[in-house]
Design a binder for this molecule. Structure first.
Ligand code: WTA
Length: 648
């Protein structure tokens, strides 16, 4: 058997940008893109060095743009800079001083706008608070907070004094916090009494209290008052944010840090074992997020830009905070759920703030489709000029819906492929250049040199599915897994020596466009054909009655692996006829080889808190096994029980 992954998805539609969009874009022609891409490939040091001097403010210029081979490449060696300085200070000496940096909306409907001037004052004060609490350059600080402006303020204050932040998404358990505190040896935790989520209070401080029993390195806890809920404060350990800030000086110059100074750790789940502490450093990450924000979102000073991710994920780090703020942009931040108080909330926010650029995830788009067009149709979305997606392959059906119902057929869609480890967007359409194809993340950005290879490192030709690798280092790549450099080398650089491989399968089509086929762990082998489960899912989702589908393999006597489909319908519980219809539908869309063996209807699918379907758990159900692995990242455990119960 070859180790190619067979691709069965065919998509011929193509959507070029309008001439008006192209004319006004930062990158506006194919020639300009190709010129940048080729320069970056042939002379990465010249390309990135030039951009770094133009786009980042330095306290001290660097001596070498890059030093060492991947994966040990160091960037901007000898330079001194500060990420917070670049996101805040450099704007307050310009006309942007009174420009909105963050427009925030709380779930209950409260609002705040922080100008760059406000942000500078608050961040400087809180950086002084951190120093007084004994936090020093190089210390690690855990943030476990709701989506409120103080989360961004706390991140930037850490960056200002060179403390490395480790943000933990507000839905994680006390055990997860303790594990991460211990792995990072965090000295301080910053949290809030609670946050709002679908009308309920999420009791953050209470969870932190539980985690403290197992977090010996943590000395102090800062607590922001957000909900006003009951909390217990332990003297000499717990301090109210507002008490600490009162009367604090707003004079705190940004610390001059080495380019490779650790900016943050972000834990991401591994397929097995303990979470991986992905480490990003200062200058390379900052340059990567600055440039990709500008190229991909075509950010302009007059734009109102909204990324709906939670800052607890890398998307929020890179594209709510560091990338947009470094560009001096206006970034919208929303605290709560998309369906609170009703399913129109996101569109209400778009209308209210006249959002121009909107960046969300395919899982959210599929939920919007399920909720019905009447919600977006109630609001004026005509301010939108550009849409984006991230996090999973987007099925062409959802892409078309996004294009028509949200974009009014007027907005380019940037399908951005990247990872926590890559720090910033790697492959994406450039909205003023690329003719998009629904379901493809199209082409690599300047400085990104990918390839599709076999397990033995041979390049594959057009339309052959294989392993997606990076052949050249880039400034914003992860530097290590915190405290475990061997695991870093093993996970990302051992499968194909000399190449970065982080687990995705993909193919490149005859136009050089990339199509992500999902994680290679999600490939199934049916009668000797390696199929991407994502493509079967995409075929199912193209059926009018299907809201969402997840497809996994299970041991099959004849075929090796059989195809089991978990399907959520837009309406109703499913029936035998529907099952037959869906099987026929997949056979028609893909072919006999992909004929589903089982269809299971489910009201909901098990997802991680960032919205990715947990196929590992579905594989256990399909195979009739108990689930042994880690389930702490599951959003709603009851979904699993329901699926098992329905399994006759
Ligand atoms: C998947 C999120 C297809 C992919 C920024 C990747 C995507 C993993 C896309 C990283 C996309 C992300 N098309 N697949 N546009 N974007 N992925 O670390 O499998 O949470 O490896 O980073 O999400 O997820 P992570």
């Amino acid at each position: 058997m070859s180790d190619n992954i067979e691709s069965v998805l065919h998509e011929d539609r193509k959507f070029p940008p309008s001439p008006e969009f192209s004319a006004a874009a930062h990158i506006s022609s194919e020639e300009q893109y190709l010129d940048m891409w080729n320069r970056a490939k042939d002379d990465p040091a010249g390309f990135w060095g030039g951009l770094a001097r133009e786009n980042i403010d330095w306290f001290q210029d660097f001596e070498a743009t890059m030093e060492g081979e991947m994966p040990e490449t160091k960037w901007f060696v000898g330079g001194k800079t500060n990420a917070c300085y670049n996101c805040v200070d450099r704007h307050v000496t310009t006309w942007r001083k009174n420009k909105a940096a963050i427009i925030w909306e709380g779930e209950p409907g409260d609002q705040r706008v922080l100008t760059y001037g406000d942000l500078h004052r608050e961040v400087s004060k809180f950086a002084n608070v951190l120093k007084k609490l004994g936090v020093e350059t190089g210390d690690r600080v855990t943030l476990y907070m709701p989506m409120v402006p103080e989360l961004a303020i706390a991140m930037l204050a850490c960056a200002r004094i060179g403390a490395t932040h480790s943000i933990i998404f507000g839905g994680f358990s006390a055990d997860a916090i303790a594990d991460r505190n211990n792995d990072a040896e965090a000295k301080l935790v910053i949290t809030a009494d609670g946050g709002w989520r679908r009308g309920k209070e999420v009791p953050l401080k209470k969870t932190v209290d539980e985690s403290m029993e197992r977090s010996p390195t943590v000395e102090k806890v800062v607590v922001l008052k957000r909900t006003g809920g009951d909390v217990s404060m332990i003297p000499d350990r717990d301090y109210w944010w507002h008490d600490l800030m009162e009367g604090e000086s707003a004079d705190c110059p940004a610390t001059e840090l080495d380019s490779e100074h650790p900016l943050f750790i972000l834990y991401t789940s591994g397929s097995t074992g303990k979470p991986k502490g992905v480490l990003h450093t200062t200058a390379g990450y900052l340059l990567g997020t600055t440039m990709t924000s500008r190229w991909v979102f075509d950010l302009k000073d007059e734009d109102t830009y909204w990324c709906t991710a939670d800052i607890g994920w890398v998307t929020g780090h890179s594209y709510i905070v560091y990338g947009p703020l470094s560009n001096g942009a206006t970034t919208v931040m929303y605290e709560g759920g998309p369906n609170w108080p009703d399913e129109g909330r996101f569109w209400e926010i778009v209308e209210k703030y006249k959002v121009n650029i909107f960046y969300t995830a395919p899982t959210a788009i599929r939920a919007f489709i399920k909720w019905g067009d009447e919600w977006p149709n109630k609001y004026d979305l005509s301010s939108l000029r550009l849409l984006g997606t991230v996090g999973e392959p987007i099925n062409p059906e959802a892409w078309m819906w996004y294009h028509k119902v949200i974009g009014g057929e007027n907005c380019p869609i940037v399908d951005t492929w990247w990872q926590t480890e890559t720090g910033g967007i790697m492959m994406s359409p450039l909205p003023g250049v690329t003719a998009t194809k629904p379901g493809s993340c199209t082409t690599p950005l300047p400085g990104v040199v990918p390839d599709i290879q076999t397990e033995t490192g041979e390049s594959l030709g057009a339309n052959q599915g294989g392993l997606l690798v990076m052949t050249q280092p880039w400034p914003h790549m992860l530097r290590t897994l915190y405290g475990d450099h061997d695991r870093f080398l093993d996970v990302y650089f051992s499968r194909i020596p000399g190449r970065y491989f982080a687990g995705d399968g993909a193919r490149r089509d005859e136009d050089g466009y990339y199509w992500i086929m999902g994680r290679v762990d999600d490939v199934i082998n049916v009668s000797g054909h390696r199929l991407s489960t994502m493509e079967v899912e995409s075929a199912l989702a193209a059926h009018d009655d299907v809201a969402e589908a997840a497809v996994v393999g299970f041991p099959h006597d004849l075929k090796g692996e059989g195809i089991c489909c978990f399907v959520t319908l837009k309406k109703g519980d499913g029936s035998e006829e529907m099952e037959k219809e869906l099987i026929a539908h997949v056979r028609k869309q893909i072919g006999v080889v992909a004929t589903p063996d089982k269809i299971k209807f489910a009201a909901a699918l098990p997802k991680t808190r960032s919205g990715k379907i947990m196929r590992r758990l579905l594989r256990d159900i399909a195979a009739g096994r108990e689930s042994a692995g880690d389930q702490t990242t599951l959003e709603d455990v009851s979904v699993l029980d329901k699926l098992r119960a329905s399994d006759e």
